[in-house]
Unconditional design. Sequence first.
Length: 93
Amino acid sequence: MAVLSADQLRDALAQAPAWSSDGDAIVRELSFADFAAAMVFVNRVAELAQAADHHPDILLHGWNKVRLTLSTHSQGGITAADFDLAARIDGLA
């Protein structure tokens, strides 16, 4: 799977407005009602990631915030696989 070109990345981000680019990754920050709700979301993301065999970096910070970072490390950048998983994650949020 090839790394997206700058034009492909711009187009993909236009279709996924909750995500932004950050270097060689896409990121999304979410807030929840409390710590327990954030943990439930993290576990649901983990299930999706495991099923897709594509694993985001997940940061749970504060008491209710989750930052997700997606990159295809084996390709050295952002690929369609990142946006595929991002769309599945958006379905949870």
